[in-house]
Design a protein around this ligand. Structure first.
Ligand SMILES: [Zn+2]
Length: 194
Protein backbone atom coordinates (compact mmCIF):
# COMPACT_ATOMS: atom_id res chain seq x y z
CA UNK A 1 0.00 0.00 0.00
CA UNK A 2 1.63 3.15 -1.19
CA UNK A 3 0.08 5.51 1.39
CA UNK A 4 1.12 3.25 4.25
CA UNK A 5 4.65 2.89 2.88
CA UNK A 6 4.89 6.67 2.54
CA UNK A 7 3.87 7.22 6.15
CA UNK A 8 6.33 4.58 7.39
CA UNK A 9 9.07 6.22 5.40
CA UNK A 10 8.16 9.67 6.82
CA UNK A 11 8.25 8.39 10.39
CA UNK A 12 11.56 6.61 9.69
CA UNK A 13 13.10 9.92 8.63
CA UNK A 14 12.66 11.23 12.20
CA UNK A 15 15.60 11.00 14.62
CA UNK A 16 15.77 7.81 16.70
CA UNK A 17 12.81 6.21 14.90
CA UNK A 18 13.82 2.97 13.20
CA UNK A 19 11.81 1.04 10.61
CA UNK A 20 10.13 -1.07 13.29
CA UNK A 21 8.91 1.87 15.37
CA UNK A 22 7.88 3.72 12.22
CA UNK A 23 5.74 0.75 11.16
CA UNK A 24 4.16 0.54 14.63
CA UNK A 25 3.32 4.27 14.54
CA UNK A 26 1.87 4.08 11.05
CA UNK A 27 -0.41 1.16 12.00
CA UNK A 28 -1.42 3.02 15.15
CA UNK A 29 -2.53 6.01 13.04
CA UNK A 30 -4.30 3.71 10.63
CA UNK A 31 -6.45 2.03 13.22
CA UNK A 32 -7.07 5.02 15.48
CA UNK A 33 -9.68 7.74 15.26
CA UNK A 34 -9.34 10.18 12.35
CA UNK A 35 -9.16 13.09 14.81
CA UNK A 36 -5.78 11.87 16.07
CA UNK A 37 -4.33 12.07 12.56
CA UNK A 38 -5.91 15.48 12.03
CA UNK A 39 -4.50 16.86 15.26
CA UNK A 40 -1.05 15.46 14.50
CA UNK A 41 -1.06 16.94 10.99
CA UNK A 42 -2.25 20.29 12.36
CA UNK A 43 0.35 20.39 15.17
CA UNK A 44 3.16 19.50 12.77
CA UNK A 45 2.32 22.35 10.41
CA UNK A 46 1.40 24.80 13.15
CA UNK A 47 4.78 24.62 14.86
CA UNK A 48 6.46 25.53 11.59
CA UNK A 49 4.21 28.57 11.18
CA UNK A 50 4.16 29.79 14.78
CA UNK A 51 7.70 29.24 15.99
CA UNK A 52 10.60 31.34 14.78
CA UNK A 53 14.03 32.38 16.03
CA UNK A 54 14.28 35.11 18.68
CA UNK A 55 15.59 38.23 16.97
CA UNK A 56 18.11 38.75 19.79
CA UNK A 57 19.44 35.38 20.91
CA UNK A 58 18.31 33.05 18.11
CA UNK A 59 16.44 30.55 20.28
CA UNK A 60 12.96 29.35 19.35
CA UNK A 61 10.10 31.61 20.31
CA UNK A 62 6.54 32.37 19.30
CA UNK A 63 6.99 36.12 19.72
CA UNK A 64 9.65 38.39 18.22
CA UNK A 65 11.75 38.24 21.40
CA UNK A 66 11.90 35.19 23.69
CA UNK A 67 11.02 35.18 27.41
CA UNK A 68 14.65 35.02 28.50
CA UNK A 69 15.73 38.03 26.41
CA UNK A 70 12.66 39.96 27.59
CA UNK A 71 13.53 39.34 31.23
CA UNK A 72 15.26 42.26 32.95
CA UNK A 73 16.36 40.57 36.17
CA UNK A 74 18.73 37.88 34.91
CA UNK A 75 22.48 37.93 35.63
CA UNK A 76 24.58 39.86 33.15
CA UNK A 77 26.20 36.67 31.86
CA UNK A 78 25.76 35.27 28.36
CA UNK A 79 26.00 31.59 27.57
CA UNK A 80 26.79 30.67 23.97
CA UNK A 81 25.27 27.37 22.86
CA UNK A 82 24.98 25.41 19.63
CA UNK A 83 21.23 24.92 19.51
CA UNK A 84 17.93 25.96 21.06
CA UNK A 85 17.57 22.68 22.93
CA UNK A 86 20.75 23.53 24.89
CA UNK A 87 19.03 26.65 26.26
CA UNK A 88 16.33 24.42 27.62
CA UNK A 89 18.83 21.95 29.16
CA UNK A 90 20.96 24.63 30.82
CA UNK A 91 18.02 26.71 32.01
CA UNK A 92 16.36 23.68 33.56
CA UNK A 93 19.42 22.89 35.72
CA UNK A 94 18.46 25.90 37.85
CA UNK A 95 22.20 26.66 38.16
CA UNK A 96 22.23 29.38 35.58
CA UNK A 97 20.21 32.56 35.46
CA UNK A 98 21.93 34.57 32.78
CA UNK A 99 21.12 35.13 29.12
CA UNK A 100 21.83 32.96 26.08
CA UNK A 101 23.03 33.17 22.52
CA UNK A 102 22.19 30.35 20.12
CA UNK A 103 24.59 29.85 17.23
CA UNK A 104 22.30 27.40 15.43
CA UNK A 105 25.34 25.41 14.36
CA UNK A 106 29.11 25.21 14.73
CA UNK A 107 31.97 26.22 12.45
CA UNK A 108 32.31 23.55 9.83
CA UNK A 109 34.22 24.74 6.74
CA UNK A 110 33.70 21.41 4.95
CA UNK A 111 29.94 21.89 5.20
CA UNK A 112 30.11 25.54 4.21
CA UNK A 113 29.47 26.89 7.71
CA UNK A 114 31.74 29.83 8.44
CA UNK A 115 31.64 32.79 10.85
CA UNK A 116 29.20 34.58 8.54
CA UNK A 117 26.68 31.70 8.56
CA UNK A 118 26.78 31.61 12.37
CA UNK A 119 26.37 35.41 12.49
CA UNK A 120 29.25 35.70 14.93
CA UNK A 121 29.44 39.46 14.38
CA UNK A 122 25.97 39.69 15.93
CA UNK A 123 27.23 37.83 19.00
CA UNK A 124 30.22 40.15 19.35
CA UNK A 125 27.98 43.20 19.02
CA UNK A 126 25.66 41.89 21.72
CA UNK A 127 28.58 41.33 24.06
CA UNK A 128 29.91 44.82 23.39
CA UNK A 129 26.59 46.61 23.62
CA UNK A 130 24.67 44.82 26.36
CA UNK A 131 27.35 45.07 29.07
CA UNK A 132 27.80 41.38 29.94
CA UNK A 133 30.29 40.59 32.71
CA UNK A 134 31.03 37.09 31.51
CA UNK A 135 30.72 34.97 28.37
CA UNK A 136 30.39 31.21 28.91
CA UNK A 137 31.08 29.25 25.75
CA UNK A 138 29.04 26.06 25.99
CA UNK A 139 29.51 24.50 22.58
CA UNK A 140 29.78 20.70 22.71
CA UNK A 141 33.24 19.19 23.39
CA UNK A 142 33.62 17.93 19.83
CA UNK A 143 36.31 18.98 17.37
CA UNK A 144 33.95 21.46 15.72
CA UNK A 145 32.58 22.70 19.05
CA UNK A 146 36.11 23.33 20.35
CA UNK A 147 37.17 25.05 17.13
CA UNK A 148 34.12 27.31 17.35
CA UNK A 149 34.90 28.11 21.01
CA UNK A 150 38.48 29.10 20.17
CA UNK A 151 37.33 31.19 17.24
CA UNK A 152 34.87 33.10 19.45
CA UNK A 153 37.59 33.55 22.09
CA UNK A 154 39.76 35.17 19.43
CA UNK A 155 36.94 37.48 18.32
CA UNK A 156 36.53 38.64 21.92
CA UNK A 157 40.19 39.58 22.35
CA UNK A 158 40.45 43.20 23.40
CA UNK A 159 36.89 43.33 24.73
CA UNK A 160 36.73 43.82 28.48
CA UNK A 161 34.77 40.68 29.43
CA UNK A 162 35.61 37.46 31.25
CA UNK A 163 35.45 34.43 28.95
CA UNK A 164 35.06 30.85 30.19
CA UNK A 165 34.39 27.44 28.70
CA UNK A 166 32.01 24.85 30.10
CA UNK A 167 34.18 21.80 30.51
CA UNK A 168 34.66 19.29 33.29
CA UNK A 169 32.17 16.49 33.31
CA UNK A 170 31.08 16.95 29.74
CA UNK A 171 31.92 13.72 27.94
CA UNK A 172 34.50 14.29 25.22
CA UNK A 173 32.80 14.21 21.84
CA UNK A 174 29.51 14.24 23.69
CA UNK A 175 26.33 16.11 23.18
CA UNK A 176 24.61 18.18 25.86
CA UNK A 177 21.40 16.38 25.01
CA UNK A 178 22.70 13.12 26.44
CA UNK A 179 24.09 14.23 29.77
CA UNK A 180 22.12 14.39 32.97
CA UNK A 181 21.16 17.53 34.86
CA UNK A 182 23.70 17.04 37.67
CA UNK A 183 26.60 16.56 35.29
CA UNK A 184 25.55 19.65 33.38
CA UNK A 185 25.26 21.66 36.61
CA UNK A 186 28.76 20.54 37.61
CA UNK A 187 30.10 21.48 34.18
CA UNK A 188 28.62 24.95 34.54
CA UNK A 189 29.93 25.49 38.05
CA UNK A 190 33.36 24.11 37.16
CA UNK A 191 33.72 26.20 34.04
CA UNK A 192 37.28 27.12 33.14
CA UNK A 193 38.38 30.70 32.52
CA UNK A 194 40.40 31.33 29.40
ZN1 LIG B 1 15.99 35.50 22.99
Amino acid sequence: MESLDNLISSFSSLPSIGKKSATRLAYFILKSDKRIAEKLAHDLLNIKVMVKNCSQCGTYTEGDICNICSSLNRDKIICVVEQSQDVYFIDSTGEYSGYFHVLNGVLSPLNGVGPKELKLDKLVNRIKEEGFKEVIIATNPTLEGDTTALYILKLLEGIDVKVSRIASGMPVGGDMEYIDKQTLSRSLKGRISY
